[in-house]
Every structure is written in structure tokens, then in C-alpha cells.
Design a protein around this ligand. Structure first.
Ligand SMILES: [Zn+2]
Ligand SMILES: [Zn+2]
Length: 172
């Protein structure tokens, strides 16, 4: 097998394949830094459109943003957005587990996710305080307290599940 790494690593003077400007390619780039910046801004527009219009088809994304299919495919390959977010029928959205807002991926919408993260953080902080207090408790007392906590968590979860299934069957 032949290795041609040296030719890739050497800085090269070349014309930007996008705007034609002469630039120094440090790592085999084909387009100049200005065009990279422009492309990044364009990609951000596309990502924003997909985020604001969940369940859009690739055609709709192209029509709304001016991006072409090649660019969208490359962005998906690079993991800039998930192909799960596009090219699905609009009714492929499902409700957020917490607030019922339509989402296209994951379990919770972005708002609920950040709220849940805050709650988890605060709960973890409270647990730290509890653990300090727990040292005064006997093992049996500690187990009881843990079971009580687990029971509370379970009832909360089944409450959420009940609300979730109510939302799911609303349309039937
Ligand atoms: Zn350029
Ligand atoms: Zn939500």
C-alpha cells in the first residue's frame, strides 16, 4: 500500500474552488477561509430552519433555504443535523413526554430537557445534603428512606406515563 501523506500535509498555494481567490491550503482545503465562513453561516441558517420546522422534507428545506441536495447530504454525513429530522411525513412527530409539544427525536422537547437537567442538578445537590444527614441514621432507617424515595419516584413516573398515553390517544 502506498502512503501519500506528505503531499496532504504540505501547505499549498491554490485557487479557491468556490470564489477563485488564491489562498494557502494548510490541510488540503479546497475553499478559502472566507468561503468557509460563508458556508458555516449558510449551514447555520439551514440548521435553524430544520429546528424551527420539525418534520420538513428535504425538498422543503431546499426550497426554504436555497441549500442543494449535495450540501444537505454532506451536512447529514458530517452529523450537523440528523437525517431523522427531515424527510419524514409531518405526522411523524410525537409528543414530548413532559409537555406534549410535538418533537421529532428523543423523549423530551428542548425546553423540557433543559428544565429536567436543572431539576436533576438540584436533586443531586439535595442528595449531597441528605447523604451528610444520613450518616446519623441506622442502616435500617437508611434503607427505609431509600425505599420511600424510590416509591415517590415510581409514582411520579407512572403519572407522567398516564399523561403521555392520554396525549397519544387524543386523536383516535
Ligand atoms: Zn473562496
Ligand atoms: Zn416539553
Amino acid at each position: 500500500m502506498a502512503f501519500n501523506l506528505p503531499s496532504i500535509n504540505l501547505p499549498k498555494i491554490r485557487n479557491c474552488s468556490r470564489c477563485g481567490k488564491i489562498f494557502t491550503a494548510m490541510h488540503g482545503e479546497k475553499i478559502c477561509r472566507d468561503c468557509v465562513e460563508k458556508e458555516k453561516a449558510f449551514e447555520e441558517q439551514v440548521v435553524k430552519y430544520i429546528r424551527d420546522n420539525p418534520g420538513s422534507t428535504l425538498k422543503e428545506v431546499m426550497a426554504a433555504t436555497g441549500a442543494n441536495e449535495k450540501m444537505l447530504n454532506r451536512m447529514m454525513q458530517d452529523g450537523i443535523f440528523s437525517n431523522a429530522a427531515v424527510d419524514k411525513p409531518k405526522d411523524a412527530t410525537y409528543p414530548c413526554m413532559s409537555c406534549g409539544r410535538p418533537i421529532t427525536s428523543g423523549t423530551y422537547c428542548m425546553d423540557c430537557l433543559s428544565r429536567l437537567r436543572d431539576q436533576t442538578k438540584r436533586a443531586a445537590e439535595r442528595m449531597q445534603i441528605r447523604i451528610k444527614e444520613d450518616k446519623k441514621m441506622s442502616t435500617i432507617e437508611r434503607l427505609d428512606a431509600l425505599a420511600q424515595k424510590e416509591f415517590e419516584r415510581e409514582s411520579r413516573m407512572s403519572g407522567i406515563k398516564r399523561n403521555f398515553s392520554k396525549g397519544m390517544f387524543k386523536n383516535n
